[in-house]
Design a protein around this ligand. Structure first.
Ligand code: S3P
Ligand code: PEP
Length: 428
């Protein structure tokens, strides 16, 4: 059998400091590069995705320095960004590509953005269409839907948008372009997606107004450099919330995890399933709430997950599916067709992986039906290059009867570079 073998465990104990939030790290780097002055980012995520954002910024002429997880970005304002002399490579990162396109739409030069095989097959018209309506010229494969994408930015006009899907990447790309447009730009979403862009832009001194699912930005604003302390990533903590709930014995403490309400769907669902999770010491810093999370073993039962909560836990669905396969009773996940356009088609790849490990799972057009049972056999599963799957299968291995060999475990580096050494430590 190939891959990294993850053995079953029956108990664990420990404190796990999950790395910095991926969404917030991308934004801190990008906004720091757009701002005037030095932005110090602490607890920056050293995952491949955020490193792609930093590299793109360097190609645009933004200088920064990094020591461990501290990054100092020396912004001279976005007007100082220069036409890059090569393709901007977003790697595996949808966030890098979509937010950068929005930020660059008002720049009077040409950029070409591309990425890895997975990113080149993810839909981009969701951002290129609105940016074109605002005045940018964009060309790409399949009528501008797939990278490589070439954009000639320029004068932008503010617009009113109603987005068809709740996506923070679409919302953020439009707001960043709106910042450089004439007049006001607004985005109305069908449900609230993560609001890190709105919160952080306010911290950088920009006038962003939001009410429920509507956000408005005035064109012509500029950003003032800020210190940004990045909280731990709840999407990374999610793996340990599930492990700590389903392992036989022990307790896990996760300090300093971001608990922005637009991201805490995972906590609500696990608690509804019966998890023993407690939030201690909630504090807000740099506009983002954070808390210490304590998790203890509990019996989980199946639930229905659908509607407006989906964007608040979208990246946690692979690990939630592992939890559901070990819960009692059926879990149904609906309204999650967005999973089909992530790093892999996460509806079909979750079904493929979990079935190989002995779970009973059914594919739905917009979600999953998982017939819970009290054990998983284990076996072999591949990440298929998708970081969230790599980590979900590793946790499944620890909770299975025979363990799991995870093919392409290295994919985890995209959002959690130390994942393997951390699980080795907590499992003793
Ligand atoms: O804005 C962001 O930082 C992100 C938004 C989400 O994507 P969508 O906007 O496509 O839903 C999420 O899946 C991704 O991991 C990060
Ligand atoms: C979908 C994800 O990221 P991105 O869209 O930035 O590639 C993710 O991290 O699960």
């Amino acid at each position: 059998m190939g891959g990294v073998y993850i053995k079953p465990i029956t108990k664990l104990r420990g404190e796990i400091r999950v790395p910095g939030d991926k969404s917030i790290s991308h934004r801190a780097a990008l906004f720091g590069g757009m701002a005037h002055g030095e932005t110090h980012v602490s607890n920056f995520l050293l995952g491949q995705d955020c490193l792609s954002t930093l590299r793109c910024l360097k190609q645009l002429g933004v200088s920064w320095e990094r020591q461990g997880t501290d990054v100092w970005i020396r912004g001279e304002g976005i007007e100082a960004w220069k036409e890059p002399d090569d393709v901007l490579d977003a790697g595996n990162s949808g966030t890098t590509m979509r937010l950068m396109l929005g930020a660059l739409a008002g720049s009077p030069f040409t950029v070409t953005m591309s990425g890895d095989h997975s990113l080149r097959s993810r839909p981009m018209r969701r951002v290129t269409d609105p940016l074109k309506m605002m005045g940018a010229q964009i060309m790409g494969r399949k009528d501008g839907n797939f990278a490589p994408l070439t954009m000639q930015g320029g004068q932008l006009e503010g617009r009113v948008f109603n987005t068809p899907v709740a996506s923070a990447q679409i919302k953020s790309a439009i707001l960043l372009a709106g910042l450089r447009a004439h007049g006001e730009t607004s985005v109305q979403e069908p449900a609230l997606s993560r609001d890190h862009t709105e919160r952080m832009l306010r911290g950088f001194g920009v006038d962003v107004r939001s009410h429920k699912t509507l956000v408005k930005i005035q064109g012509g604003g500029s950003l003032k450099s800020q210190a940004v302390s990045v909280p731990g990533d709840i999407s990374s903590a999610a793996f340990f919330l599930v492990l700590g709930s389903l392992v036989g014995q022990g307790e896990i403490i996760l300090p300093h995890v971001g608990v922005n309400p637009t991201r805490t769907g995972i906590l609500e669902v696990l608690m509804a399933m019966g998890a023993d999770i407690e939030l201690i010491n909630i504090q807000e810093l740099c506009g983002e709430p954070r808390a210490t999370i304590r998790v203890r073993p509990a019996k989980l039962k199946g639930v229905e997950i659908a509607g407006d909560i989906i964007p608040r836990l979208i990246d946690e669905i692979p690990i939630l599916a592992v939890a559901a396969s070990l819960a009692e009773g059926e879990t149904v996940i609906r309204d999650a067709a967005e999973l089909r356009v992530k790093e892999t088609d996460r509806i079909s790849t979750v079904v493929q992986g979990l079935s190989a490990l002995g779970a009973k799972v059914e594919e739905l057009p917009d979600g999953l039906r998982i017939y819970g049972q009290t054990s998983l056999n284990g076996g072999q599963a591949s990440s298929l290059g998708d970081h969230r799957l790599a980590m979900a299968w590793a946790i499944a291995g620890m909770l299975s009867k025979e363990g799991v060999s995870v093919e392409d475990m290295a994919a985890a580096d995209v959002s959690y570079p130390d994942f393997l050494s951390v699980i080795e430590k907590v499992a003793g």
